[in-house]
Design a protein around this ligand. Structure first.
Ligand code: PAF
Length: 282
């Protein structure tokens, strides 16, 4: 396995790969890899001649410094997991200075309003940080295709907008949410859940599935009230937001219209750990 820390080293490999006309599949991650990440990497292996995985806990996308400090960092075991998939994967695990130089500054993006909805409302500056790091990483890795999970559906839509704004040629591929048997969406943050929180957190997906089931017959307002009740009676999970939004612009709705695609989005706190999930409704 090649594991690079230095930008210049990976850029040299990437230049060689381009000379050989090899397609490059790229999976950007913040490490603490789980089966959801590995499914993205497997898809990248299936669709490309070479696969690069970045492992970088990006400081500029954290609006909460405690969350940044507590984010799990497990580079050695991540590399083992990746090498079990394929020894040919190239890993890029830079230090912040390699990406940002001496100051961790974000660029300011206008993602056509997508950045102000849901996560954007609760995590100011988050999508500027995501856009900035991906602009840097796409420039370094120069991938043919890049892979993102639909668990962060808003991020996926924003990344598609980013490549449009930055006029980058990478094709963005969205991949389905990977879940535990309990229904809990896989996330690196799940590692921080205690036993009780793990026991209770399947309520999140159970609620989303019920919303999907009732979407045809119940009003949006009734569904929002019902979800709020589910979490009021739970002592372990605290609802931060639940919204039903249009897929096209992620604007939340109070009333559904014909011929429009909708998704339900949820964010919940289990103690200090913030969990998000979403589901396609139609
Ligand atoms: O989804 C993530 O893990 C991060 O937001 C990403 C895309 C790797 C950027 O840091």
């Amino acid at each position: 396995m090649r594991v690079y820390e230095k930008r210049l080293d990976i850029e040299r490999d990437v230049a060689d790969l381009h000379k050989q006309n090899k397609s490059i599949g790229f999976v950007p991650t913040m490490g603490a890899l789980h089966h959801g990440h590995l499914a993205l990497v497997q898809k990248a292996i299936d669709q490309n001649q070479v696969v690069i995985v970045s492992i970088f806990v990006n400081p500029t996308q954290f609006n909460n410094s405690e969350d940044l400090v507590n984010y799990p960092r497990t580079l050695d075991s991540d590399v083992v997991l990746l090498s079990n998939l394929s020894k040919a994967i190239i890993v890029f695990a830079p230090k912040p200075e390699e990406i940002y130089g001496s100051k961790n500054n974000s660029l300011k993006y206008d993602f056509n309003g997508l950045e102000h909805e849901m996560e954007g409302r609760f995590r100011p500056g988050h999508f500027d940080g995501v856009g900035t790091v991906l602009k840097h990483l796409f420039t370094i890795v120069s991938p043919t295709k890049a892979y993102f999970g639909e668990k962060d559906f808003q991020q996926l839509q924003i990344v598609k907008k980013l490549v449009e704004i930055e006029k980058m040629s990478v094709k963005i591929i969205g991949c389905p949410i990977y879940r535990e048997d309990s229904g809990l969406a896989l996330s690196s943050r799940n590692k921080r859940l205690n036993k009780k929180q793990l026991q209770e957190s399947p309520l999140i997906y159970k609620t989303l599935k019920q919303v999907k089931n009732d979407f045809g017959t119940k009003s949006v307002i009734d569904l929002i009230d019902w979800v709020s009740e589910q979490f009021k009676s739970n002592e372990t999970l605290e609802l931060e937001y639940f919204e039903i939004a249009k897929v096209s612009n992620l604007k939340s709705i109070k009333r559904k219209r014909k011929n429009t695609k909708y998704r339900a989005f949820i964010a919940v706190f289990a103690g200090e750990v913030r969990l998000i999930d979403n589901i396609a409704l139609n």
